[in-house]
Design a protein around this ligand. Structure first.
Ligand code: SDX
Length: 429
């Protein structure tokens, strides 16, 4: 039986006041940092539903209004008007780059998008059927062994160098994890392509013929990268920040983020959405899937639906749905059965009381898999694409944490519910 008390707390002065912090946008926060020190009491918030873990100026999300903005710029505008490298610069440095800054940033990325030849040899140690995310966790973590002379996190310039290296190398690493699985040779980046085009030529290019760029698909890939670049303090970003708070090197921190993103409740959902849609197969099977999603005795969930923060449409889902339609039409796949099932599933679910009551809407993962699949990207690479994009956000959040010199190690406490103290028995039967 849970006891409830009005949490009236106070010290010898009777002062129980806790400061209220105001952000630029979004909910206020009660500053409880002094709670345990002054009053010996902890705040309990498993899953961090009501916890602001940090102050950040990078991304704003209003889940009720369905707003997502990077450094104040709405995601819809960035997806329409910007390109991924410009967005990466914006996330890392806080402002859109001037022409000269943009060119210098792109040149830096192009300078660092190759992998050390010994890093490429790591791929040989994996089974050909290894999941790309398993490969990426390993290879990105291993980069820690290659930049000893430029990894002093106390040096702001070395921090920026590491951030740029990670943004630059992630497409090469992800593409190599795919080509390795197919038995094809790893492709080198070619700097005549833009960031998204380079990623696609490394994914699909063949050594015995030139890669033909499809500008519609390259633009769609660039838009996917923009939409997935950052999302405030989600599970993988919080993982990166937690690792960063101990002083771990940037490559190890991003490897931890990749591991967290891989989970099916997080970045792994796009892969699960396509598997779910393929399993449903036709619109006739949708009612059964909806019933299963509502059945508490059934672990089945409607993948790509629901979100911890969005209790309205995920603005990214709409942009990706539009991109998916555009690419499907461009490829003559307007009648893609998966898209038909997805659209019908969304329409039925959004009319169903269960989903309405729980404010479950399509999230970023619901349509992204359809788009990626139409572009020829295998299902098991979907989360790897997400990781390429989110690296821009992860390194930006990593930089922001280290720019706050007051930030110490993140060390949450617990509500202990184990055994009381007891002595080791004199005799062991
Ligand atoms: C991403 O955090 C981020 O920002 C993440 C992300 C990013 O950009 O970094 O936006 C990317 O991870 C998007 C989410 C992708 N995951 C999925 O699509 C997996 C399916 N969705 C669910 O697993 C779930 O909705 C979560 C994990 C996304 C959110 O879970 P919450 O906030 O913990 O919600 P909950 O489990 O408390 O659910 C509340 C209710 C429950 O029912 P009741 O117990 O109240 O009766 O809603 C139900 C849940 O059973 N519910 C679902 C459901 N999601 C929640 N029921 C059926 N299908 C679903 N998908």
């Amino acid at each position: 039986m849970t006891k409830y008390v009005n949490a009236v707390i106070g010290d010898e002065t009777g002062d129980a006041s806790l400061p209220i912090l105001e952000g630029t946008l979004g909910p206020q926060a009660v500053d409880i940092q002094s709670l345990y020190g002054r009053h010996g009491i902890l705040a309990y918030d498993p899953g961090y539903r009501s916890t602001a873990s940090c102050k950040s100026a990078i991304t704003f999300v209003d889940g009720d209004a369905g707003i997502l903005a990077y450094r104040g710029y709405p995601i819809e505008q960035l997806a329409e008007k910007s390109r991924f490298l410009e967005v990466a610069y914006l996330l890392m440095f806080g402002e859109l780059p001037s022409a000269a800054e943009g060119t210098a940033f792109r040149d830096s990325v192009c300078q660092h998008n190759l992998l050390h030849e010994q890093v490429i040899s790591f791929y040989r140690g994996f089974r050909r059927d290894a999941h790309p995310m398993a490969v990426m966790v390993g290879v990105v973590g291993a980069l820690s062994a290659f930049y000893h002379d430029d990894m002093d996190i106390r040096d702001p310039q070395q921090r920026i160098n590491a951030a740029i290296r990670l943004v630059a190398k992630m497409p090469t690493i992800a593409a190599a994890s795919y080509t390795y699985s197919t038995g094809r040779p790893q492709r080198y980046p070619r700097n005549e392509y833009d960031y998204a085009g380079n990623f696609m030529q490394m994914l699909f290019g063949m050594p015995n013929r030139d890669f033909v760029v499809d500008p519609v698909q390259v633009r769609a890939m660039d838009r996917i990268l923009i939409l997935h670049a950052d999302h405030e303090q989600n599970a993988s970003t919080s993982t990166v920040r937690m690792a960063a708070s101990s002083g771990a090197n940037p490559f190890a921190c991003i490897a931890a983020g990749i591991a967290s993103l891989w989970g099916p409740a997080h970045g792994g959902a796009n892969e699960e959405v396509v598997k779910m849609l393929l399993e449903i197969g036709t619109p006739e099977n949708i009612p059964k899937a909806i019933a299963r999603a509502k059945d508490k005795s059934d672990p089945f969930r409607l993948m790509g639906f629901g979100h911890r923060v969005y209790k309205n449409f995920d603005p990214r889902a709409r942009v990706i749905q539009e991109s998916a339609r555009e690419v499907l039409a461009h490829l003559g796949l307007e009648n893609d059965p998966l898209m038909a099932v997805a659209l019908e599933l969304e329409e039925i679910a959004l009319r169903d009381e269960y989903f309405i009551e729980r404010k479950l809407y399509p999230n970023v993962d619901f349509y992204s898999g359809i788009l990626l699949r139409a572009m020829g990207i295998p299902t098991k690479m979907f989360t790897a694409v997400f990781a390429v994009a989110r690296t821009a956000g992860w390194v930006s959040q990593w930089l922001e944490l280290h720019n706050d010199s007051t930030h110490g190690i993140d060390r949450p406490r617990q509500l202990y519910v184990g055994s009381g103290l007891r002595d080791y028995p004199e005799t062991r039967g």
